[in-house]
Ligand binder design. Structure first.
Ligand code: NAG
Ligand code: NAG
Ligand code: NAG
Ligand code: NAG
Length: 258
């Protein structure tokens, strides 16, 4: 990702220091900016298997051409001047979170129940490591038990073919088996079969409000899912964004300027 980062630094240096997040922020200072980033991403990301990479890839409409969702990414965002790993981790929803924590976590960022259900839909693509859910397979309450909310056939399958020990930290498991490269509704179908991989997935089916939203999505079209997902992505993209003169422009994306 180093090159990707540098491209951004280059663009940002050319960008104006004033102004809000908007479409085409670099329009006059560097007209080709967004195209350069898009080209870089479409050239380099396809081989990167991580979910993060997949999400970045989806930011550009080459996916739309192949039938995935797309959304607008206004530019002009600046970097924070504080970077604390523990803080970042504490604010990101965890795969072990229950519905109360998930709702609170999203509400803290002005995201509602619908956003929670829609953004969880990103689990339709990508992979996870065993350690994010193996407690459900081996030792859910500390007595060597399985999570009763997980389909037992699926759990047995995961134990025998994927996560052979609870502490396996290397094996990769698809979150939406059978269609992990396709952005579709099958993640929601699996949730209703009690085959969501994480506790946070399973939690969505046991709250009447989130369950109703899942059913609504499943009754709607794929196109409807894409447009709803895109709206939530745009909403998430506007969370606590720094523009104008707040924050800074990092010289190295990974480190706060000294
Ligand atoms: C949800 O998780 C939090 C934090 O682990 C815990 O304090 C709370 O009791 C849990 N709520 C439910 C309903 O299990
Ligand atoms: C929500 O925000 C409050 C205040 O910043 C914080 O104390 C709390 O831990 C946050 N809750 C979650 C679940 O992120
Ligand atoms: C299951 O969890 C309990 C409590 O954390 C622990 O004491 C026990 O050793 C674990 N069992 C296995 C097989 O890891
Ligand atoms: C897995 O790791 C946990 C904590 O690191 C430890 O308590 C447990 O005994 C380990 N389980 C096995 C089966 O090795």
């Amino acid at each position: 990702m180093k090159g990707f980062c540098s491209v951004f630094v280059f663009l940002v240096i050319l960008g104006s220091v004033r102004g809000d997040l908007k479409m085409g922020f670099y329009g006059s200072s560097c007209p080709k900016a967004e195209k350069i980033v898009q080209d870089y991403v479409s050239q380099h990301i396809p081989n990167a298997p991580s979910l993060a990479a997949a999400l970045i890839r989806m930011h550009f409409h080459d996916c739309f051409v192949r039938g995935g969702p797309f959304w607008k990414v206004p530019t002009g965002r600046r970097d924070g001047v504080i970077s604390v790993a523990s803080e970042a981790l504490a604010e990101i929803p965890a795969p072990f979170d229950n519905i109360t924590v998930l709702i609170q976590n999203f509400a803290n960022k002005s995201l509602d129940l619908k956003d929670l259900v829609l953004l969880s839909g990103a689990h339709t693509i990508g992979i996870s490591h065993c350690t994010s859910f193996s407690n459900r397979l081996y030792n859910f309450t500390g007595v060597g038990d399985e999570d009763p909310t997980l389909d037992s056939e699926y759990a047995a399958n995961l134990r025998s073919r994927k996560c052979r020990t609870q502490n396996d930290s290397t094996t990769k498991v698809e979150m939406d088996p059978g269609s992990r490269n396709t952005f579709d509704l099958s993640y929601y179908t699996l949730l209703l079969k009690r085959r969501g991989l994480f506790e946070s997935d399973s939690a969505l089916t046991r709250d009447s409000n989130t369950l109703a939203l899942i059913n609504q999505l499943l009754q709607g079209s794929l196109k409807n899912f894409f447009s709803e997902f895109a709206l939530s992505m745009e909403k998430m993209g506007r969370i606590e964004v720094k523009t104008g003169t707040s924050g800074e422009i990092r010289k190295n994306c990974a480190v706060v300027n000294s």
